[in-house]
Design a protein around this ligand. Structure first.
Ligand SMILES: Nc1ncnc2c1ncn2[C@@H]1O[C@H](COP(=O)(O)OP(=O)(O)O)[C@@H](O)[C@H]1O
Ligand SMILES: [Mg+2]
Length: 264
């Protein structure tokens, strides 16, 4: 049996009649942590939108566990894919617990309005895993950016997805919160076998945490492979148009990209 969770097959997708992603193909294996990188405007968020059916493919297919997502309704899709978006918004008047419980909505049966004991247990576990249980009675609007991001991850986990998608989950966070969020994703991936795709614009964090990277340029696949294969000076120079040297993080031996300033 194939252990492929996701297969993106010759996907072309965009806005109006303008394609952004052009003939993109890749797949994700069960248990993989894939990092998507690429310059601003290269189509990373557009890919997340296509995977969640916010955008319809102009061409090509997206298969989730072998089935075309166009045959799934949104609630079926939400039982399989959960998203942590770039700027989580909405729900600011809710408590953390109420917000996290929204993750159970796709699992509710028809006409079921209230959450069950099981829903509450799943939410509790998601908050415990993300270290947000202590915040459960707090209003979302009273949280810091870092806390809010952890709560967004708790809500996504509460969906019990097969695949977790994150769009720049560490944007606007300080270094301590960046590490906390990515350590959490790594731990869920390693210990619970959660398959995840995360868009990251920080190349060094991407190289540090992900099993494999996928580099987009102008909506096309520029390179995919191990972090050391993608974070290659020539590849980065070609994609980003900036000169870099690549060293190793002395603590982890993972590739580390240093830009070379043009200014003297
Ligand atoms: N809602 C939209 N309507 C029209 N064009 C968009 C929209 N969102 C993004 N784009 C365009 O699509 C391209 C890719 O954007 P995006 O996927 O957000 O890139 P990234 O996340 O890699 O920075 C950009 O040229 C952007 O201007
Ligand atoms: Mg983006």
């Amino acid at each position: 049996m194939s252990s492929e969770v996701l297969k993106v097959d010759d996907l072309t997708c965009g806005y109006g009649d303008r394609p952004v992603l052009k003939g993109l193909s890749f797949s994700v294996e069960d248990g993989e942590l894939l990092g998507v990188i690429g310059p601003n405007g290269s189509g990373k968020t557009t890919l997340v939108r296509a995977l969640t059916k916010i955008l319809e493919p102009m061409d090509g297919r997206i298969l989730l566990e072998g089935r075309d997502i166009k045959e799934m309704d949104l609630s079926e899709l939400a039982r399989r894919i959960a998203v942590v978006s770039q700027n989580p918004e909405g729900g600011s008047w809710m408590t953390v617990e109420e917000f996290v419980l929204l993750g159970r909505v796709p699992h509710r049966r028809k006409f079921q309005l209230l959450e069950t004991k099981h829903d509450e247990e799943v939410a509790e576990r998601a908050m415990a895993l993300t270290g947000t249980l202590g915040l459960k009675g707090r209003l979302l609007k009273e949280l810091s950016g870092g806390e809010r991001q952890l709560v967004s991850i708790a809500k996504a986990l509460c969906q019990e997805p097969k695949l977790l998608l994150l769009d720049e989950p560490t944007a606007h966070l300080d270094i301590a919160h960046q590490v906390r969020v990515l350590d959490l994703i790594k731990k869920l991936n390693r210990d619970d076998g959660l398959t995840a795709i995360t868009v990251l614009h920080d190349l060094n964090l991407a190289g540090e945490y992900c099993d494999r990277l996928l580099l987009l340029k102008d909506g096309k696949l520029c390179r995919t492979g191990l972090p050391e294969e993608v974070l290659d000076p020539r590849v980065i120079e070609d994609a980003y148009g900036v000169k870099v040297v690549v060293g190793r993080n002395p603590a982890s031996s993972k590739p580390y990209v240093f830009p070379i300033p043009n200014a003297k």
